[in-house]
Ligand binder design. Structure first.
Ligand code: MLT
Length: 395
């Protein structure tokens, strides 16, 4: 037996597992501490009513002879693929239902999609970055190039025409920084990818948080993107499905190389290695895309964006630099008093019992920064901000 040696190059523990372990150790040592979690971007509101009702009805169907369903189509039921297609049509994006693949979430698809790409491909990722892009490529031994995202470029790096790359990762609204690309910037990326015969992996998991109508919610709003971009999306953040698990990936039929079609390869891969998302869950996801479901999702998103506003106001009052929090559930703040990001993590946990995510966990450019999520409970978010206000007013 020989194991995959590339695992030696990945950090021993996934970022959010490391944070969870540190918090668990702190709580064990301080059992009475009222710890407020603003670390991992996990939702706190219950599922929209429309989703719950649709899933309850689907459970009942599964209990009848006529309604029972066993294995479903690995790529998703037509009712959900068509609902996603119609969701895109509202953004003036025309897709065929067979370009949409239902899965258990964007994280899995982002990793699994790499099965279709040669190990010699060079990938380009921003730094700081959602760790999954880096870890999955490192596990496969692929060469990674980094592009700096920093305060100088508003955490929105742009293409360097001199560099040759094959796979480009973009995430907008960005995790972890909350920065959002505008149309002109995305057009530059699409032109660049096409000129290099590269593919863009576009992570749109937070698109539902965009309220500014001028900002693009899908890369396919940009002409030419269907020839070069795969888009990943999820019901996790839009409809609170982090525990329910459902996402989808758009693989346009226009992308291919060497006589191979990416769409056909992904279908082949999914039908071989995946048995699909439960029927009950897909019914819940489809309900999130109905007019009623969308209204309920928007209400939940407005709640989180209000948390973000409270957090932004607090940081502004304290004179702490930050970005994000508008059109995004993440706030990316500079650690006060020149602290390092893990140093600030420990400091905030100890002095205020508030948990965030150290920027350094997202890459070297994250050192000195800290990510807070707006996905928390409203009262707890307000309490966390009051604690921060007390802490930094005193200093
Ligand atoms: C995060 O906190 O970055 C996200 O919740 C992670 C994820 O969606 O997998």
């Amino acid at each position: 037996m020989r194991l995959n040696q590339h695992y030696k190059a990945v950090k021993e523990s996934y970022l959010f597992s490391t944070v969870a372990k540190k918090v668990a150790a702190y709580q064990q040592a301080h059992p009475g501490a009222d710890v407020i979690r603003m670390g991992i971007g996990d939702v706190t509101l219950p599922l929209p009513r429309a989703c719950v009702e649709a899933m309850a009805a689907a459970v009942a169907e599964q209990g009848t002879k006529e309604g029972f369903r066993g294995y479903g189509p690995e790529q998703g039921y037509d009712f959900l693929r068509c609902a996603v297609r119609d969701y895109y049509a509202e953004k003036q994006v025309g897709l065929d239902a067979d370009e949409i693949f239902i899965s258990d979430g964007a994280k899995s698809d982002l990793g699994n999609m790499l099965d279709l790409f040669d190990q010699d491909n060079v990938v380009l990722v921003p730094d700081p970055v959602y760790p999954v892009y880096v870890d999955t490529n490192t596990m496969a031994g692929r060469m990674i190039r980094y592009m700096d995202a920093n305060a100088q470029n508003d955490f929105l790096p742009m293409p360097d025409s001199a560099a040759d790359v094959d796979v480009i990762y973009l995430c907008s609204p960005n995790n972890p920084t909350g920065a959002v690309y505008d149309r002109a910037q995305l057009r530059q990326w699409v032109d660049y990818a096409r000129s290099k015969h590269a593919v863009i992996f576009y992570d749109a998991a937070y698109e539902a948080f965009i309220t500014d109508p001028e900002l693009p919610r899908s890369i396919y709003e940009i002409e030419g993107a269907k020839e070069c971009a795969v888009e990943f999306n999820s019901f996790s953040k839009m409809a609170g499905f982090t525990g329910t698990r459902c996402g989808y990936t758009v693989v346009p039929k226009g992308i291919g190389a060497d006589g191979l079609s990416l769409n056909k390869m992904w279908l082949r891969r999914q039908t071989t290695k995946f048995n699909g998302v439960p029927y009950i869950v897909q019914r819940g996801a489809a309900a999130a895309l109905t007019a009623e479901g969308q209204a309920q999702c928007r209400e939940n998103i407005a709640y989180y964006l209000e948390n973000a506003r409270v957090m932004s106001d607090t940081l502004s009052r304290l004179g702490i630099w930050f970005t994000g929090g508008e059109d995004s559930p993440y706030i990316w703040m500079r650690c006060p008093n020149g602290m390092g990001s893990w140093e600030f993590f420990d400091f905030l946990l100890e002095k205020a019992n508030v948990v965030g995510t150290p920027g350094e966990g997202f890459g070297v450019n994250g050192e000195g920064y800290f990510r807070l999520t707006a996905f928390g409970d409203k009262d707890k978010t307000a309490e966390a901000m009051a604690r921060m206000e007390r802490l930094f007013r005193q200093r």
